[in-house]
Write a protein that binds this ligand. Structure first.
Ligand code: SAH
Length: 404
């Protein structure tokens, strides 16, 4: 045992203890890993931000171990319910290896969300695997401190060509952490190419949105395979053109993609060229809200309209605005469809439940005076598993309807 390990052992035996109130939320008893400040009766010891603590019920029964941040409203996030687990480098190695086993088991080989935070019992850790490249987000202080262990685990489980940190996320500031991005391995060319469903896509790990690419739609992109054959397709909120290039690949006659960001349009155009689809898939920079409205006034008609907007709200206060936004674009989308055409529509706002989303689409259909039939209704791809009762693990709604 080295001196450091010895010190760690002493620290572990003297681990701080958190006691919950008698009336703890059933949420925690039922497996939710978050413990709010107001659910805690007392804290024994001086637990510094990020330290591992043991959590007990009011009658001193072991609940779990997790990391604490006295500055956060969520005081503790649990990492384990097993009192024999020691939270150390091996723990992270084991957990990340288990995450990879699960992804392989459900069919992912190259690209996947390797770690999906709470759904993988690694609260606020995100790791996206783009074949040999890894993008990491540690969104809380308690997780951030384990970054070296996480990098070590990735390096020993895989043979990574590069690991990059995309911690340029505002939510870190609530934890007293700076927004940062950079290499966690030797520097490498951060513009990489990935394969998905037989297509190739550039991914800009350093400057792309979020971790560079939206893996959560990778299974859903295959769902358009049959409806786009021979079709004139309009896609809005295209980002790097993933859905649109799938449409081209699956045999669409023409595809137009819109995104408000010039940069996204450039990336999408490059992706079209990369796949030899530049004659079928065209992209233009535009505000989808304005263009969908104008084009439906102009009487344009498509066989398939695809919408994949960003989250419209993250707070309950502005949920009505999000509902109005969804209704508006879906109404416009339906008006642009020929009778019998298909609307492919998504929502990644986690506060909008699946039922609520269907309700909004139904309202839009009534306003558009169109009858609809549900064809496909699903959620994010299976590398983002859902934990029932942990609302924000289920966030994506993906719907295909036929508009008669
Ligand atoms: N379909 C993409 C992800 C889309 S992300 C994929 O599967 O990879 C949402 C996109 O909507 C972003 O690229 C953003 O630039 C774009 N966007 C946001 N507001 C917009 C608007 N008003 N009009 C058009 N595009 C918009």
């Amino acid at each position: 045992m080295t001196v450091d390990e010895g010190l760690l052992c002493i620290l572990r035996t003297a681990m701080n203890k958190v006691y919950l109130k008698k009336k703890i939320a059933p949420r925690i008893a039922n497996g939710h890993p978050w413990i709010y400040n107001n659910e805690v009766e007392s804290v024994e010891g001086e637990a510094g931000g990020g330290e591992i603590v043991e959590v007990f019920s009011h009658d001193k029964k072991f609940v779990g171990k997790g990391y604490i941040n006295p500055k956060s409203q969520i005081l503790v996030r649990l990492l384990t319910r097993d009192k024999h687990d020691v939270i150390d480098e091996q723990f992270f190695h084991r957990r990340i290896a288990e995450c990879w086993e699960y992804r392989k088991r459900v069919g992912y080989t190259e690209n996947c969300r390797l770690v999906f935070g709470e759904a993988d019992s690694l609260p606020q850790l995100i790791i996206d695997k783009f074949n040999d490249y890894f993008v990491v987000q540690t969104l809380t202080l308690g997780m951030d401190l384990w970054k070296p262990a996480i990098v070590k685990a990735i390096s020993s489980i895989f043979q990574p060509k590069g690991i990059y940190e995309r911690n340029d996320v505002p939510v870190r500031e609530l934890e007293g952490l700076p927004q940062v991005k950079g290499f966690l391995s030797e520097p490498f060319d951060t513009r990489i190419i990935i394969n998905e469903n037989g297509l190739k896509f550039y991914v800009d790990i350093e400057n792309g949105q979020k971790t560079g690419y939206f893996l959560d739609q990778q299974d859903n992109r295959r769902a358009i395979q049959h409806i786009v054959k021979g079709a004139d397709v309009l896609g809005a909120f295209t980002y790097t053109g993933t859905f649109e290039l799938h449409a081209g690949h699956y045999g669409a006659k023409s595809v137009t993609g819109l995104d408000i960001s010039e940069n996204a349009v450039q990336q999408a155009t490059k992706n079209a060229e990369l796949n030899g689809l530049q004659d079928i898939c065209r992209f233009q920079a535009a505000n989808a809200f304005d263009v969908l409205k104008q084009w439906s006034k102009d009487g344009r008609q498509y066989d398939v309209v695809m919408l994949d907007p960003p989250a419209f709200t993250k707070s309950r206060e502005t949920i009505q605005k999000a509902i109005t936004g969804y209704k508006e674009i879906n109404l416009r989308g339906m008006k642009l469809l020929k009778p019998g055409g298909f609307l492919v529509t998504s929502s990644c706002t986690s506060l909008v439940s699946p039922e609520m989303f269907l309700g909004i689409i139904d309202m839009a259909a009534r306003d558009a005076r169109r009858k609809t039939r549900q064809v496909v209704f699903q959620t994010q791809s299976s590398d983002h598993p859902i934990i029932w009762g942990m609302d924000n693990t289920q966030y994506l709604k993906f719907l295909i309807i036929q508009v008669l």
